[in-house]
Write a protein that binds this ligand. Structure first.
Ligand SMILES: Nc1ncnc2c1ncn2[C@@H]1O[C@H](COP(=O)(O)OP(=O)(O)OP(=O)(O)O)[C@@H](O)[C@H]1O
Ligand SMILES: [Mg+2]
Length: 496
């Protein structure tokens, strides 16, 4: 079959970083290519070159048999190459339909946007691509992260694409939503002959969806596997360049340790009801549950985002009643939000400030800070967490997605918190770095820090936690510990 897109010997550097060196890749119509590699391996850079967002130094590409050198994103789109990438912005105040049609609004005869037509067309697109009925007039800011992700996908799919590139599209989706997305991808591939390039850190997903997988390491091709050759072991070896030592937490009995944080019958209207638990000093306490179970809302409430509207949060014996962000920070609580794009990074600040901002603002009068203080903190944390940084004075957006996530974690670790509340700590982080983050969390817990974490990845919770609270439709179902901490139990209580 004629290849849809052929990429040959592409190289690209940013300053002294070689993001890509002679990278090649081939994709046919009706084919799903998986693209794997560590954080900073060059996946997004390659994707951005293919979709016309970035120029390259050398190499060539051909598309449908002809030389292909897009001058910008809309040029690539007009040829049928569309991308869904990690950092697509949304306009929270605009409706779902407006976000789907952002850019090519459908004008009415009087030249104003034709909302009625766009709303109807939006409903049709959702039916076609996701097999779902929606209300297109809802402001997208009121939708869950998963729904926002799906809207952005519909936007990409709606542009008559022949090649769709999905750069980590599943990071905010729950397991059933991922399945729904995969079903529509397979349907679009079979029925409309669309080719897909799929970037992910989750090996199971890569192996399930892809026909072939290309692996990049340090900007170079290091592997190309066909379906029959897929194995998690081989993939992780290719990705990391070594075998990864995945440590499980050896659950400790901390029931005698003092109580660090206690949630007393907390409720938040429309999110969760009557949740109680206490977490001991030095414990790693997990919160599990499907998307929409209240998992994420409970964890953000512990940091006052927003506070529960009933019940109270008690920190080391201090009853805070209504917990606010500043009270939480003053009590030594650090918090990593779920969505780094909108609630984590400060895009207009450099890497050093993004990392140092909380610890320095706590330790000094802000007028007395100097750039070097931030750089010292950032360099120190970058070494600890192996964050791939070339210059701490670069904007945070110069970091790859996974390295931005590590920088967010670094911001709170630099504060040496006594309680660390983490919402999806390893979202978008590669398998080797995941193991590093797990180790850091174990070490911190060992040194007496209390960790409370929520994650959509059950495996991750099982590896890291001493006890796990399972949420289901806004209610606490059970707290699993010791022998009852099994995957079967987690699924059973989360789904039943
Ligand atoms: N605009 C930029 N300026 C400077 N360096 C950049 C820029 N964009 C990317 N880089 C660097 O190029 C390298 C490759 O980054 P890229 O975003 O392609 O990685 P990735 O494989 O997508 O990683 P992740 O899995 O973390 O998303 C990284 O070292 C990154 O810091
Ligand atoms: Mg990336």
């Amino acid at each position: 079959m004629q290849s849809l897109l052929s990429v040959q010997n592409i190289s690209k550097h940013f300053g002294n970083i070689h993001a890509l060196r002679n990278v090649s890749l081939d994709i046919s119509p009706k084919e799903i290519i998986g693209l794997a590699g560590e954080n900073g391996a060059g996946k997004s850079t390659l994707v951005r070159i293919i979709c016309g967002a970035l120029s390259y130094d050398s190499g060539e590409m051909s598309y449908q048999g002809k030389p292909y050198k897009p001058h910008d994103v809309s040029n690539a789109e007009s040829l049928g190459i569309s991308v869904f990438h990690q950092e697509i912005p949304i306009c929270p105040h605009l409706s779902i339909a407006a976000n789907v049609f952002l850019g090519p609004m459908i004008p009415s005869q009087r030249g104003r946007p034709d909302w009625k037509l766009m709303n109807n067309r939006c409903i049709e697109l959702y039916r076609k691509f996701l097999d779902e009925d929606i209300d297109p007039t809802v402001p997208i800011g009121e939708c869950s992260a998963a729904e926002q992700q799906l809207a952005l996908l519909v936007r990409v799919l709606s542009r008559n694409a022949k090649l769709v590139i999905l750069d980590e599209p599943t990071t905010a989706l729950s397991a059933p939503e991922v399945e729904r997305l995969f079903d529509s991808i397979r349907r679009l591939k079979d029925e409309q002959g669309i080719g897909f390039i799929f970037v992910s850190h989750l090996l199971d997903e890569l192996m399930e969806l892809s026909d072939e997988i290309f692996v990049l390491r340090d900007g170079e091709n290091v592997g190309h596997l066909y379906k029959a050759e897929f194995s998690a072991k081989e993939l992780s070896r290719l990705i990391a360049g070594r075998s990864i030592d995945e440590r499980h937490r050896i659950a400790k009995d901390i029931s005698d340790a003092e109580i660090a944080l206690e949630a007393k019958s907390i409720s938040l209207s429309k999110s969760y009801e009557d949740i109680s638990f206490s977490v001991h000093k030095g414990e790693v306490f997990g919160i599990a549950g499907l998307q929409g179970s209240g998992r994420s809302e409970v964890i953000s409430s512990l940091f006052g985002l927003p506070p529960p509207d009933k019940g109270s949060v008690v920190i080391r014996g201090n009853d805070f009643g209504r917990i606010t962000i500043s009270r939480a920070i003053a009590a030594g609580v650090g918090y990593l939000p779920e969505d780094r794009k909108t609630k984590g990074i400060f895009p207009d600040l450099n890497i050093a400030k993004n990392i140092g901002i909380v610890s320095i603002s706590q330790s000094k009068d802000l007028t007395g800070y100097n750039e070097e203080d931030y750089i010292k903190v950032a360099n120190n944390m970058a070494t600890k967490l192996s964050i791939k940084i070339s210059n701490p004075r670069d904007y945070i957006s110069a970091l790859s997605g996974g390295n931005q996530q590590k920088a967010m974690l670094a911001r709170w670790l630099a504060l040496s918190p006594s309680i660390l509340v983490l919402n999806e700590p390893t979202r978008g982080v590669d398998i080797a770095a995941k193991a590093e983050i797990a180790k850091i969390i174990f070490d911190m817990a060992g040194a007496g820090c209390t960790i409370i974490m929520a994650s959509s990845e059950m495996e991750e919770l099982l590896i890291m936690c001493d006890r796990i609270l399972v949420m289901n439709r806004g209610r606490a179902k059970i707290i699993l510990e010791k022998e009852s901490l099994t995957k079967e139990n987690l699924f059973f209580y989360a789904m039943s």
